[in-house]
Design a protein around this ligand. Structure first.
Ligand SMILES: *Cc1c(COP(=O)(O)O)cnc(C)c1O
Length: 428
């Protein structure tokens, strides 16, 4: 395997940290001294800059009241568009193709209500059986809202092994009955990265629109949505993008679709020049901004003004490179240190196929996670048997990775996980 070039020693981990060009970002984050955080793919950590951005917006509210919409350093009326333009380079889009709005699931509702137009023989949506359940709940209700039966009109591409999807199988499902395809960029459990350009090309060859859920890739993997001609995408900003719990999400709409009236309209989707004319006719913005509905959640998007500039400074290519190195280092340590303890690597090992996290399978995963947390390593558990470990390039060190594996090794050798029940908590 390509990753056998790392040394499994603590000295080596320190050495990698000392020569890491992104290492300086770590000191900008609030890291606990007592634990190692490997859960940034569920909720990214707070940075000093994001904290400052929240204080700034509170101060503007305090000082300006209603005039905060148009006054202060960062008038609230334009913030969703400004944040969209900061996110655009992360996904390979033009500034006006991305808007910060809604939540992931709400944005999927908005996009499906716009781009799912069953007509004639084309009445079905194609998704997959490994996708994030909320996406399926949204698509089921979109099918129902058209008076159709999800059992028949929501087609799920199957997985052969419960971990991975095969693009050939997905393409075989792209029949003349499919009107719309919605797939994840990276699978949330196994971390498999799908071949987005290939799937997009094959969908378009067949006259099908295609959109992607980028929750597990935006901020850790560069994308070229415009170049690949993806029709739309949506993602949350609280995982790799460190926007905070419940942070406002984002969506991308390919500019070839500008001018369409969104499925769910509201006054904040208006052309900004016309919004306050209070006309009874809706004039959509000629940008992704048209997909906004009501007043933006100013307090919940504030942290992004602090966190997003770091991605421009670090560069997405450098972030991806470090992420691949760190997950490779982690996989190699698991290989050498934990052999014989019943773990199975459930993520792709190939760089072209691997997302930002390592997915470790074990029948006792739930209680091994409990033991890890008790011993100062924060992973996350996904039922029934997956431990997800995500080194985050902006704040995880190589030494964190080395130390986490040592702690896991000790837990397995001493069987200390056996003192916990093998059951998940409310969350995870
Ligand atoms: C985290 C996540 C979501 C979450 O949706 P919300 O509407 O933000 O709660 C959706 N899809 C995927 C793939 C996710 O990883």
């Amino acid at each position: 395997m390509t990753y056998s070039s790392f040394l499994p020693t603590e000295e080596y981990a320190f050495e990698r940290d000392a020569t890491d060009h992104l290492g300086h970002f770590r000191k900008e984050f609030y890291l606990s001294e007592k634990s190692i955080y490997l859960d940034g793919n569920s909720l990214g950590l707070l940075s000093v800059r994001a904290e400052q951005a929240v204080c700034d917006v509170l101060n503007d509210w305090k000082r300006l009241g209603i005039d905060g919409w148009t006054g202060g350093d960062r008038p609230w009326f334009f913030q969703a568009e400004q944040l969209g333009s900061l996110l655009a380079p992360l996904v390979g889009a033009a500034a006006d193709e991305v808007i910060v709005t809604g939540s992931t699931t709400v944005n999927l509702h908005q996009l499906a209500s716009t781009f799912y137009q069953p007509a004639g023989k084309r009445t079905k949506i194609l998704a997959d059986e490994l996708t994030f359940p909320s996406d399926l709940y949204a698509l089921q209700s979109q099918v129902r809202l058209r008076g159709l039966d999800p059992d028949e009109h929501l087609v799920l591409a199957k997985s052969g092994d419960g971990r991975f999807l095969d693009e050939d199988e997905i393409i075989a499902c792209m029949t003349e009955e499919i009107a719309l395809i919605v797939l994840p960029t990276v699978l949330y459990r196994s971390g498999q990265l799908l071949d987005i350009p290939r799937l997009t090309e094959e969908a378009h060859k067949r006259g099908i629109l295609i959109g992607f859920d980028g929750c597990h890739s935006v901020g850790v993997i560069p994308h070229q949505f415009q170049e690949w001609d993806v029709d739309f995408a949506y993602w949350c900003n609280y995982k790799y993008l460190n926007g905070g719990p419940g942070s406002v999400a984002a969506l991308y709409v390919n500019r070839k679709h500008f001018g369409k009236v969104p499925g769910l309209t509201g006054w904040f989707g208006s052309d900004k020049e016309k919004q306050f004319d209070m006309e009874l006719t809706f004039f959509p913005a000629q940008s992704a901004g048209a997909y906004q509905i009501g007043t933006p959640h100013i307090l919940s998007m504030a942290p992004l003004f602090g966190s997003l500039p770091m991605f421009a400074e670090a560069g997405m290519e450098a972030i991806r490179e470090k992420s691949l190195q760190q997950t490779a280092f982690l996989m190699q340590l698991l290989d050498t240190e934990l052999a014989g303890h019943g773990f199975v690597l459930g993520n792709p090992t190939d760089d072209q196929r691997r997302g930002g996290h390592v997915s470790l399978e074990h029948p006792e995963a739930a209680r091994i996670c409990r033991a890890l947390k008790e011993n100062g390593v924060i992973p996350d558990f996904r039922a029934p048997n997956v431990i997800r470990l995500a080194p985050v390039p902006l704040y995880t060190s190589y030494h964190d990775i080395w130390r986490s594996v040592q702690i896991l090794k000790q837990i397995m050798e001493q069987r200390s996980y056996q003192q916990y029940e093998n059951k998940r908590g409310v969350i995870a």
